[in-house]
Design a protein around this ligand. Structure first.
Ligand SMILES: Nc1ncnc2c1ncn2[C@@H]1O[C@H](COP(=O)(O)OP(=O)(O)OP(=O)(O)O)[C@@H](O)[C@H]1O
Ligand SMILES: [Mg+2]
Length: 377
C-alpha cells in the first residue's frame, strides 16, 4: 500500500516542492496551507506521516503538533517537524509536544526522502508485529436486558487491567442497537466516531487502535460503542469477520460487551472468541431464555468448553439457587455476582468499575473469581 504523507506549510512554494519531491518518491501526498486546515486533514485522512512547518500565522506548528498527537490520529501518525529554526529550545519543545523528529531546513532532498522512508518502514514493521499479536478475546453476552451484562464486561476488563496495565487491555462495546459503556464509564465518544466507517473496507488493528479512548479514572482502553441511529446493519459480514480478527491486535486482553439483542456482530465474534461468558440472572424467565440461547450457540458448532456461565443478580430476586440454575442449564456457574445494592449504586453513580471503586470489597472478590475462571479456559 502506498504510504501517505500530509504536508502542513503556509508557504505555497514549499508545499509544491515537497509535493513534487515526495510524489516522485512514490508517496501519496496531501497538503494543507495552515494549522487548522492541517489538523482537520490529518484527522480525516489519517496519514502515515505528517511533515510540519513551525512558523505559520494563526496556529503555529507547536500547537498543531500537540493537537495532532492528542487527537484521534495521534496514537500512530508520525510527525516530522521541518523548520528553518535551529534553536535547541524549539527542538526540545517540538519533541516534547510529540514530534518524532526535527529536521532543520534546508534539508538535502535525498536525505529527506531516505529519512521518511526509514521512519515509515520502521512503523510498518512495528505495526506488523502488533497486528500479528493475538490477544485473548472474551465475549460477554446475555439472553435478556438489564441483567448486568455490561457491568460484568466492565469489571472483567478492569480486573485484568489492574494486573496488566491499561495498554494491555481493551473493552469493546458491541452492544446494539446502542452501546452504554461510554456513559457507564463517563467516556464520551467524539462526534467523528463513525462506527460503520471504521469497519468498512476491513478495519485493521492499526486503524481501530486510533479510535481507542482513555480516561484517567478507568484502568483500560475503550473501543466506543454503536451510536443511536448508526447504520451498523449495513456493514458486510466479511468486514465484521475481519473486524473480529483485528480486535485481537488491540491488546493482550480484549473483552467485548455483545449485549443481549440479536446482532450482526454475534456470529463472527462468537466464532472468534476464546471464551464466551454468558450472563444469567437466577430467575425463571431469564434461565429459560438462557437455555435456548445456549442451544442456539451449540447448534452453530460452538462447544461448551469455550462457554462459561456467570450468575448475576442485579435485582436481588434470587428465585433460583446456583445449584438450580446449573441443573436447569446443565452447566455449572463459573462465578456468582451477588446482589449488592449500595456498592453497585455507589460505583455506578461515580461511573467507575466496582473493582476500582472498592478493590477490597466482596464484589471485587467475586469478579476476581470470575476473571480467573475465564482465564483458565
Ligand atoms: N450484583 C449487582 N447488585 C446490584 N446492582 C447491580 C448488580 N449488577 C449490576 N447491577 C446494576 O444493574 C444495572 C444494570 O446493569 P447493566 O447495565 O450492567 O445491565 P445490562 O444487562 O448490560 O443492561 P442493558 O440491557 O441495558 O444493556 C446497573 O445499574 C448496575 O449497576
Ligand atoms: Mg448492557
Amino acid at each position: 500500500m502506498t504510504a501517505r504523507i500530509a504536508v502542513i506549510d503556509d508557504e505555497a512554494p514549499n508545499r509544491m516542492y515537497l509535493q513534487t519531491l515526495l510524489g516522485t518518491a512514490g508517496f501519496e501526498v496531501q497538503v494543507a496551507a495552515g494549522g487548522n486546515e492541517g489538523i482537520a486533514l490529518v484527522e480525516k485522512e489519517r496519514p502515515d506521516l505528517v511533515l510540519l512547518d513551525l512558523m505559520m500565522p494563526e496556529v503555529d506548528g507547536f500547537s498543531v503538533c500537540e493537537r495532532i498527537r492528542k487527537g484521534p490520529a495521534g496514537a500512530w501518525t508520525q510527525i516530522v517537524v521541518l523548520s528553518a529554526l535551529d534553536a535547541v529550545d524549539g527542538k526540545i519543545r517540538a519533541l516534547e509536544l510529540g514530534a518524532d523528529d526535527y529536521l532543520v531546513k534546508p534539508v538535502e532532498s535525498r536525505e529527506l526522502v531516505t529519512r521518511i522512508k526509514g521512519m515509515i518502514d520502521r512503523a510498518g514493521r512495528l505495526r506488523q508485529q502488533g497486528s500479528q499479536a493475538r490477544g485473548r478475546l472474551t465475549v460477554v453476552a446475555g439472553a435478556k436486558g438489564g441483567i448486568g451484562t455490561s457491568t460484568i464486561a466492565i469489571n472483567l476488563a478492569a480486573s485484568e487491567a489492574i494486573g496488566k496495565g491499561a495498554e494491555a487491555v481493551v473493552l469493546a462495546d458491541l452492544a446494539v442497537p446502542v452501546g452504554t459503556l461510554g456513559s457507564m464509564l463517563n467516556i464520551q465518544a467524539p462526534e467523528r466516531w463513525a462506527w460503520g466507517e471504521a469497519l468498512a473496507g476491513g478495519a485493521s488493528a492499526h486503524r481501530l487502535s486510533s479510535y481507542l479512548m482513555h480516561s484517567p479514572q478507568v484502568p483500560f482502553q475503550l473501543l466506543p460503542g454503536v451510536r443511536r441511529g448508526s447504520a451498523y446493519r449495513e456493514v458486510s459480514p466479511d468486514a465484521i469477520s475481519d473486524f473480529a480478527t483485528s480486535l485481537r491486535g488491540l491488546g493482550e486482553v480484549i473483552v467485548v460487551d455483545l449485549g443481549n439483542q440479536p446482532s450482526p456482530f454475534a456470529p463472527s465474534l462468537l466464532r472468534e472468541a476464546d471464551v464466551i461468558c454468558i450472563v444469567v440472572e437466577p430467575e425463571v424467565i431469564c434461565v429459560e431464555l438462557t437455555g435456548s440461547f445456549l442451544d442456539r450457540l451449540r447448534a452453530t458448532g460452538i462447544l461448551s468448553h469455550r462457554i462459561r456461565l456467570a450468575i448475576s443478580n442485579p435485582h436481588g430476586s434470587l428465585q433460583l439457587s446456583r445449584t438450580e440454575v446449573a441443573a436447569t442449564l446443565k452447566m455449572e456457574a463459573a462465578a456468582m455476582i451477588l446482589y449488592q445494592r449500595d456498592e453497585f449504586s455507589a460505583a455506578s453513580k461515580r461511573r467507575l468499575p466496582i473493582v476500582v471503586q472498592q478493590p477490597q470489597g466482596p464484589a471485587a472478590v467475586q469478579f476476581k473469581e470470575l476473571t480467573q475462571a475465564l482465564a483458565a479456559v
